[in-house]
Design a binder for this molecule. Structure first.
Ligand code: FAD
Length: 412
C-alpha cells in the first residue's frame, strides 16, 4: 500500500460511510492506498437500507432501489462479487397520470410535435444550453412547451429531484442528468442485487474490510481542519456544519443549503388492483398528495408479494414529514382512489421512512456556490452536481484519479 504521508504514515480519512464514502474508499483501495472511515452511526450505507419483511414475504427498501447501470457500476459489482439483476419486462411500462387516466405518453400529437420541433430548433440554432441563472421551468418553456413541462419533464424531475422545476437551476439539473459515463456492456437501465441494495452495501463493506479499510463507528466529525488526506462524504447539511465549524465562520453557505425531505412508504394490500408496470408519476398540476408510486414487485424479479412504495413530500409538501402514519395512509388511499376509482383497496402492511433534508435542492444558489468554489476535490456527495448513485460513483473515480496524480507529481 502507498503511504500518503510517509512521515506519519496517515491513511486517507473519509468522513461518512454512506454510499458516497464507501465508493470513494473502494477507488482508493483499488489504487493501493490505506483508508480509514469515520461514521457517526453504527452502520454503513447511510440512507440506503433494505430488509426482508413479514418472514421473507417481501423486500422493503428504505431509499434508493437501484443504480443506473454504467461500466463503473458493472466493475464494482464484479469486484465485490455481487450478482447484478436487471429490471423485468413489465418494468418497461411507466405511467404518467393526466386528466383522470394513466398514460405511457401523456402528450397529444400536436403537443408532442410542437415540443420536439422547438427542441430541435434550439439544437440547430445552438441555443439549447441553459442561459445564465435560468431556472428549469423557464428553460423547459423556452426549449419545449408548457405541456412538455407540466406532464413530462416536471413529473420526471420530481421522480429524481423531488422539487418543482421553477426552483431548479437548468444548468445544474441538465448537467446532473447527462454526466459523462462509459457505457455498460451487460445492458442499460436500473440494476440491483437479488436481496436488494443492502446486499450491495454489505458486499462492498466486506470488500473494503478484506482490503484493510478501518471503520470507526459512532464517531462524529464536527471540527476537522481539512487535512490534506481527509475527505468529507456526508450529506449537504452535515457538510455545512463541519465546514462552518472548522473555519469558525458562519458563511453565506446556508443560502444554497436547501434540502428537501422525502417519505418512502411501502405498503402491501389484502385487496388491490395492481399496477402493471414500473410505477406512476403524478404531475404537480394534477394536485396529488404523492409525487409517485413504484410497483416494487413489477420492477425487479423475486421480490415477494405485491407491494408498492409511495413517495411523498419534496419541495411542495415539506409538512407531510410531520404527519402521522394514519394520515399518510389516508393520503395514499386517496391518491390510489383517483387512479383506480371504485377498485377495492385495503392496506395490510405499512413501512414508512421519513427522510429529513435528504435531497439537496439543485437551485440557482447551489449552482452559483459550486461555480464559485475553487476546489471541491476533498468532498464527495449527492450535492456536487450529480444526485444519483452511479453519478456519485463516477465522480469519485475522477476524484481519486486526480488525487493520485497530484500525489505522484508531489513525489517527483
Ligand atoms: C427515498 C429515496 C429514494 C432514492 N432513490 C434512488 C435511486 O433509486 N437511485 C439512485 O441512484 N439514487 C436514489 N436516491 C438518492 C441516493 O440514495 C442518495 O443520493 C445517496 O444514497 C446519498 O448517499 P451519501 O453517502 O452521499 O449520503 P448519506 O446516505 O446521507 O450518507 C452520509 C453518511 O455520513 C454520515 N455522517 C454525516 N455526518 C457525519 C459526521 N459529522 N461525522 C461522521 N459521519 C457523518 C451519516 O451518518 C451517513 O452514514 C434516493 C434517495 C431517497 C431518499
Amino acid at each position: 500500500m502507498k503511504n500518503l504521508n510517509k512521515k506519519n504514515n496517515f491513511p486517507v480519512e473519509i468522513i461518512g460511510a454512506g454510499f458516497s464514502g464507501l465508493s470513494l474508499a473502494y477507488f482508493f483501495i483499488k489504487q493501493g492506498y490505506p483508508v480509514k472511515i469515520i461514521e457517526k452511526t453504527q452502520r454503513v450505507g447511510g440512507v440506503i437500507h433494505s430488509f426482508s419483511a413479514e418472514n421473507g414475504a417481501f423486500l422493503v427498501e428504505t431509499a434508493a432501489n437501484g443504480f443506473v447501470n454504467s461500466a463503473k457500476i458493472e466493475e464494482l459489482f464484479q469486484d465485490i462479487r455481487c450478482e447484478m439483476i436487471f429490471t423485468q419486462q413489465t418494468a418497461k411500462k411507466r405511467y404518467l397520470f393526466k386528466a383522470g387516466k394513466l398514460h405511457r405518453w401523456p402528450l397529444s400529437f400536436y403537443e408532442t410535435l410542437s415540443g420536439i420541433g422547438r427542441l430541435l430548433w434550439r439544437v440547430l440554432t445552438g441555443t439549447i444550453k441553459p442561459l445564465p441563472e435560468e431556472d428549469f421551468y423557464s428553460w423547459a418553456l423556452r426549449c419545449t412547451n408548457k405541456s412538455f413541462n407540466d406532464y413530462l419533464l416536471q413529473p420526471m424531475i420530481n421522480g429524481i429531484f423531488a422539487t418543482a422545476t421553477e426552483k431548479l437551476s437548468a444548468k445544474l439539473v441538465l448537467k446532473s442528468l447527462f454526466y459523462k459515463k462509459i457505457k455498460p456492456t451487460k445492458g442499460r437501465g436500473l440494476v440491483s442485487a437479488p436481496l436488494g441494495m443492502q446486499e450491495v452495501i454489505d458486499k462492498l463493506k466486506e470488500f473494503l474490510v478484506t482490503h484493510g479499510v478501518e471503520f470507526i463507528f459512532k464517531s462524529e466529525a464536527s471540527d476537522i481542519k481539512m487535512l490534506h488526506n481527509s475527505f468529507l462524504a456526508t450529506s449537504l447539511s452535515s457538510y455545512i456544519c463541519i465546514k462552518n465549524h472548522s473555519s469558525n465562520s458562519s458563511t453565506k453557505q446556508t443560502e444554497f443549503a436547501l434540502s428537501n425531505s422525502l417519505i418512502r412508504a411501502t405498503v402491501t394490500y389484502s385487496k388491490v388492483h395492481e399496477i402493471d408496470g414500473f410505477g406512476i408519476l403524478f404531475p404537480n398540476v394534477e394536485n396529488f398528495h404523492s409525487l409517485g408510486v413504484l410497483a416494487n414487485t413489477k420492477i425487479f424479479p423475486n421480490r415477494g408479494i405485491y407491494n408498492e412504495s409511495w413517495i411523498l413530500g419534496g419541495s411542495e409538501h415539506p409538512e407531510y414529514l410531520d404527519f402521522s402514519d394514519d394520515k399518510i395512509k389516508e393520503l395514499i388511499l386517496a391518491d390510489r382512489a383517483r387512479v383506480f376509482p371504485g377498485a377495492p383497496c385495503v392496506i395490510e402492511h405499512f413501512f414508512i421512512y421519513r427522510w429529513k433534508n435528504v435531497i439537496p435542492e439543485y437551485n440557482l444558489a447551489l449552482d452559483n456556490f459550486l461555480s464559485s468554489v475553487n476546489s471541491m476535490d476533498r468532498v464527495t456527495g449527492n450535492f456536487l452536481g450529480v444526485l444519483g448513485l452511479s453519478g456519485i460513483h463516477e465522480r469519485n473515480y475522477h476524484l481519486v484519479r486526480n488525487f493520485v496524480k497530484e500525489m505522484d507529481q508531489n513525489k517527483d
